[in-house]
Write a protein that binds this ligand. Structure first.
Ligand code: NAD
Length: 372
């Protein structure tokens, strides 16, 4: 792969390779776009089969973050980083500290956070070397687990789907099949139950299933049956790639709205299959933006109520996207991409340089590090 060609095609600003001989750290930081602000995106620790695979992943994911933050209305750009190697063998406090030094060297153009195979403890080590890290534990003055705010955003997104389809947001008697009742799924079930929805749930965790069955009268469904339920809404909150050739023809819900990342196995093909079946699809990166909204609030000093209020705006963004998709006869995925691009190009047109990067925007530095 010729990196500069891919970066040029997708519009990446900067790709940084990091190597530390002492700890074996090999990482890549990709900054896709800083038009709206510093590039925020998590760090993924993954044992890639090749360097090419890692590069492709970080370029793809960082570009996704630009769109996610733009649609979420955040003054943030898109970035991502990957640490290459087996986390079980390589993880050490020193490795994360060295990674933190590389992040710091970018002077706030990139802000890191948790992603796959990374935990609060690892973030704590990174934060010893850089101010540009978010998603810290509450004990360390951070925002902690983002799942309740993510679930709230999904809940608001579900209401936007209902408003678009039924012209009201009433959940009483509406049936929802929730796939995965982990941190986000369980919180979502609670809100849906409180508002009178009927729940169908599946998970590999029997204890969690029993708990929700008891508390909310949820009907437990087999793992490979959840997407086939005769329900109004299918809410994937577990795995990616669950919208594919096999599942789409079996879905009976007319709305798909859930937290899972990368729900469409093949974006173009499977979006088209959903459109042909006239299923309303809430693009995953729009409806699950509560997570990034939550960590973005940590940068200003965390206030859960304010984070929740911002996650509530997912309702308006999704309605806008659905209306645009209907008016222009394009998919909801195309409409959300166009919406993100319009926000970025508007900002460029206005020539608003204030948030171009953090050199002149010290507000982004968390209070704990403001004296660095
Ligand atoms: N946590 C967040 O703030 C956040 C933000 C954005 C996106 N997401 C995405 O939302 C999804 C859920 O996140 P989470 O934090 O709740 O994760 P989690 O690990 O807490 O929950 C996932 C649940 O899915 C269950 N599961 C695993 N395999 C399953 C299967 N085959 N069928 C049904 N259930 C299965 C697990 O047992 C677990 O209970 C993930 O795709 C995540 O990437 C989460």
């Amino acid at each position: 792969m010729v990196i500069s060609e891919v970066a040029k095609k997708w519009g990446h600003e900067q790709v940084v390779f990091c190597y530390d001989a002492e700890t074996g750290l090999q990482a890549i930081i990709a900054i896709h776009d800083t038009t709206l602000g510093p590039a925020l995106g998590g760090c993924r620790f993954w044992n890639y089969a090749s360097e090419d695979e890692a590069i492709f992943d970080v370029l793809r994911l960082s570009r996704g973050m630009t769109y996610k933050s733009a649609v979420a209305g955040l003054s943030l750009g898109g970035g991502k980083s990957v640490i290459m190697g087996d986390p079980k063998k390589l993880k050490s406090p020193l490795l994360f500290q060295r990674f933190g030094r590389f992040v710091q060297s970018l002077n706030g153009r990139y802000i890191t956070a948790e992603d796959v195979n990374m935990g609060e403890e690892d973030i704590g080590h990174i934060s010893k070397e850089t101010a540009y890290v978010t998603g810290k534990s509450m004990q360390e003055g951070g925002s902690g687990n983002p799942s309740p705010v993510t679930a709230y955003g999904v809940f608001q997104g579900i209401k936007a789907c209902l408003q678009f389809k039924n012209e009201n947001t009433n959940l009483k008697g509406i049936s929802v099949a929730v796939q995965g009742i982990g941190s986000v799924g369980a919180n979502l079930c609670e809100m849906l139950h409180e508002h009178g929805a009927k729940l169908y749930i599946s998970d590999i965790n029997q204890a969690a299933l029993e708990k929700l069955q008891k508390s909310f009268g949820a009907k437990v469904v087999a793992l490979d049956e959840i997407h086939k339920q005769e329900v109004d809404i299918y809410a994937p909150c577990a795995l990616g790639a669950i919208l594919n050739d096999d599942t789409i023809p079996e879905i009976k819900a007319s709305i798909i709205a859930g937290a899972a990342n990368n729900q469409l196995l093949d974006e173009k093909k499977h979006m088209q299959m959903l459109d042909e079946r006239q299923i309303i699809y809430a693009p995953d990166y729009v409806i699950n933006a509560g997570g990034i909204i939550n960590v973005s609030h940590e940068l200003k000093g965390f206030d859960e109520a304010a984070a929740k209020a911002d996650a509530g705006k997912i309702y308006d963004s999704l309605l806008k996207i659905f209306k645009e998709s209907k008016n222009k006869k394009i998919s909801t995925l195309e409409a959300s991409g166009a919406y993100a691009e319009s926000i970025i190009s508007e900002h460029k047109k206005r020539g608003d340089k204030k948030l171009l990067n953090t050199y002149d925007n010290q507000d982004w530095i968390s209070p704990a590090h403001s004296n660095r």
